[in-house]
Design a binder for this molecule. Structure first.
Ligand SMILES: [Zn+2]
Length: 372
């Protein structure tokens, strides 16, 4: 049986930059390992060379399994040059370097190794389900695909192995992507008074969004919703009054926010300047830290890491937004060996010690689930 550190290095060597992803060889490699260990493995193809993997073990009818989840795709290398080979997975000073080491092949390797080591002991219990997705980095494509096709079993609890320095995070914000459209009247650039400038309208809307007050919607751990105008485009040529302009709006929502009410308030804030259309949305993920299983996870993580950090939320978004509702809405936490601030960075690395710690935590979680 290879170590989680060795498996992390093998996974980094699969080049799975998304786009285009090409996750299939990596998913099949993991599928073979899990099948050899006694798991029932299903590969779900969502595009050319793009496989999601669902592996299960356990006795049907004996309760809901514990779910571990992670993704195999990684983000592009960026424009800044790397000082290390991003796909060699070299180890130096206790760190494994490479694209995806932190986000999140270290996490996937840690739970796959923990699950394989326990395979024979969980066969006759409610067991485990491992959901290893493709296409996470471009909007949870794989998780959404599995959810939409009804390919996910119910789970009793979900561990998302995204980077958290092995801290327990109880959820994250949701996303609401909007597009605003301003309409004007075109005219010659020398006679602007004869037109209505759509760029001015879009700019006014952007400033109104910058000043938008979210204060009634504050969450005790995740804080306030945020808004960011990610792009603004309008006009065709310098000597015309532009009659159309558009802006892309990224809202991050916290649990408990009434989305329809918030949309109405936002529309009111930009009324007369732009019309707003919803482009994409995903709910926030949150499990109350007082949940019995979450409390057990906190205890186990503390006993392994000897660190006692307060419960937090992830700053980023995860596949749990799609998986949690379609797996029966079980308690869900984010806990993984990567360092959140190294995700998507040049010279990304993951501490070897964190991967070993994560495997230890996952092993104890599986044991606790088995003996429940
Ligand atoms: Zn990730």
């Amino acid at each position: 049986m290879k170590s989680a550190v060795e498996l992390t290095r093998e996974l980094i060597r699969f080049e799975t930059i998304n786009p285009p992803g090409n996750e299939a060889p990596c998913a099949r490699f993991l599928g073979k390992m899990l099948e050899d260990a006694g798991f029932k493995v299903a590969l779900h193809t969502m595009g050319e060379n793009r496989d999601n993997l669902v592996a299960t073990i356990g006795r049907p009818g004996s309760g809901e399994p514990l779910c571990f989840t992670g993704h195999t795709d990684v983000v592009p290398l960026g424009v800044a040059p790397w000082t290390v080979d991003p796909f060699a997975a070299d180890i130096a000073d206790g760190k494994i370097y490479g694209r995806g080491s932190t986000d999140m092949k270290g996490g996937v390797a840690a739970f796959v190794c923990a699950a394989i080591a326990f395979a024979s002991k969980v066969e006759e219990t409610s067991g485990l389900v491992l959901v290893i997705t493709a296409g996470e980095e471009r909007g949870c494509e794989g998780a959404n695909f599995l959810a939409a096709q009804g390919l996910l079993p119910k789970a009793g609890a979900i561990v998302v192995a995204e980077p958290s320095s092995n801290r327990v995070l109880a959820g994250h914000k949701g996303v609401l992507w909007l597009e605003g459209k301003a309409t004007g009247v075109t005219a010659h650039g020398s006679m602007p008074h004869q037109g209505v400038n759509a760029v001015y309208k879009a700019a006014r809307a952007a400033l109104a969004l910058e000043a938008f007050d979210f204060s009634p919607d504050e969450h005790p751990v995740l804080g306030r919703p945020t808004v960011n105008v990610g792009w603004l485009r309008g006009g065709i040529n310098v000597n015309s009054v532009p009659d159309e302009a558009r802006l892309g709006i990224d809202l991050r929502l916290v649990p408990g926010v009434d989305r329809e009410r918030l949309l109405r308030r936002l529309s009111d804030a930009v009324k007369g300047d732009v019309d707003i259309e919803v482009k994409s949305t995903a709910d926030p993920v949150w499990t109350e830290p007082s949940d019995e299983w979450v409390q057990k996870v906190i205890g186990i993580a503390k006993s392994v890491t000897a660190e006692d950090s307060p419960i937090g939320g992830a700053t980023y978004f995860t596949d749990a937004a799609a998986l949690k509702p379609s797996m029966g809405n079980p308690p869900t936490i984010i806990l993984g060996p990567g360092e959140p601030e190294l995700a998507h960075q040049t010279d990304e690395y993951c501490y070897v010690s964190r991967i070993e710690e994560a495997q230890d935590i996952y092993t104890r979680l599986i044991e606790q689930w088995r003996l429940r």
